[in-house]
Design a protein around this ligand. Sequence first.
Ligand code: F6R
Length: 609
Amino acid sequence: MCGIIGYIGPKKVVPLIVEGLKKLEYRGYDSAGIAVVDGEKINRRRVKGKICNLEESLRNEPLSGYYGIGHTRWATHGRPSEENAHPHLDCTGTIVVVHNGIIENYLSLKEKLLKKGHTFRTDTDTEVIAHLIEEYFEDLLELAVQRAVQDLRGAYSIVAISTRDPNKIVAAKDGAPSVVGLGENEFFVSSDINPLLNHTKSIVFLEDKEIAVLDTGRVKFWDYKANALDKRVEQLAWNSLLIEKKGYKHFMLKEIFEQPQVIRDTLSGRVSLETGQVDLKETGLSEKVIKRVERILIIACGTSYHAGLIGKLMIESMAGVPVEVEYASEYRYKDHIMHERTLIVVLSQSGETADSLAAFKAVKSESLPSLAICNVVQSSIARETDGVLYTHAGPEIGVAATKTFTAQLCALALLSVHISTIKGIKSKEEIKNFILDLQKIPHNIEEILNDARVIEELSQRFVSYNHFLFLGRWVSFPVALEGALKLKEISYIHAEAYPGGEMKHGPIALIDEKMPTLVVVPKDRVYEKMLSNISEVKTRSGFVLAVASENDREISDRVDAVIRVPSVNPLLSPFLTTVPLQLFSYYIAVARGADVDQPRNLAKSVTVE
Ligand code: F6R
């Protein structure tokens, strides 16, 4: 939530920061702003709404400066408005700050600062940071920041500049991400690597309670006690082409179509058909550790939680280990009864979700092995767990998760086989067949995507409905949950998902001709049961659209419309049944004129509680 960027170097700072903010816009788009230093002066521009509004304002009235900072906001404290847009100034107008996260004790800090005579102009928590830095300023900006951060509680990443100590950018973080880019005679600081990809491959991730000081010639790193740190420089593997639309109308559509390749990439180098084995040594979890595991706890939010629910069924079926899946935002506040042989798996695309990180920290212990399944390399969660299994999905820019969901399913399928092999649960033959089926999934998805036009046409019949019911059982229930979430978040249509068998316990009362039902009904162990649920809907005048297997001859007579997917190993059907639901939501949202890549009120990484 919120994207921040800073640049110091020879390039033109304003276009560079605006370009960088566009790449961070998926993190929030309630308002945007920029501040650049021009000699003795800080020039600032802020606008309500998206970066394109900022661009327009800068086109009409350009800003000049040599280095600076920028921000794209997802509002938490203070409504989205120009006054509340970052960057925020201190009383003297010589210190300016951008911030991502929440300062939990800002009210008490504000009270103290008000008593000392500071004047506040916004409703944000961020403004206290500018005034605190002002309060502590003597001669060096980094020392003032270092003192100010001692007073802050909460999760934050901040970047500050000041004309009182010019030609310098100071960044600090605790609980929200910050990455420093090292170019030739130029330095960047950003919320993630996307804005850096066009400029440098050399980066340094700031850890919690660290400070970076970027000046015209070098970067130095400190801990919060002002001790110098020797930080490791890493080389980026992603390139900037990965964050272009490549001719697709929206990132979301491009990302849906990338799924076959993403799954190939996530499998690549990890499976061998010859040996019938999965190699996950990269996770750092030894065979000895896996052998001891008797229970798995998966912690996740949103779409990742849905992937976790499917992962549970795959792991329980393939590896015979009981799995619990918990919403991180709920789990962190529960009483934690930990089995001593538990493997904790944190599932998070961004690796930055505040609740997932906090829930993990609440149960983290030296005696319990932990694994992150993340897409963003070196993200906060990936750095917190013992091991990491990366999904090789590449950057996902569309706010609605699509390719990272199927990549997570792929990682969980690999994990299930890995544990099964080490524990000797399934025979070599069974494992080999499972891997073979898994390797065919990219091709199966391509078959669905080749027929995207059919789904587009079908979806047009549903554009004006305002309520949807999604039904599924067993592995298809989480798919139904995910389908309903996609529809809600990008087309703002109310959608509910239920396990088919739960219908008669209440939701069936909702059924009428105004509420279509989307049933996920591949040929599997619950197929017959789903047919009964479909009849229950049909007899109550409900319109039923089914996502069904291609070899299902019966279904057409039972429902009003069918989308076909290839017939596969039932445990792997969610890879396929999800794709039509993604396309269905996408085409409905486009037809309703919704902003598909940047749905209202949302942001890609939820780095606040
Ligand atoms: C929905 C979506 C969100 C995320 C959730 C968790 O399309 O993207 O529900 O899945 O915010 O995010 P990560 O996986 O980054 O922890």
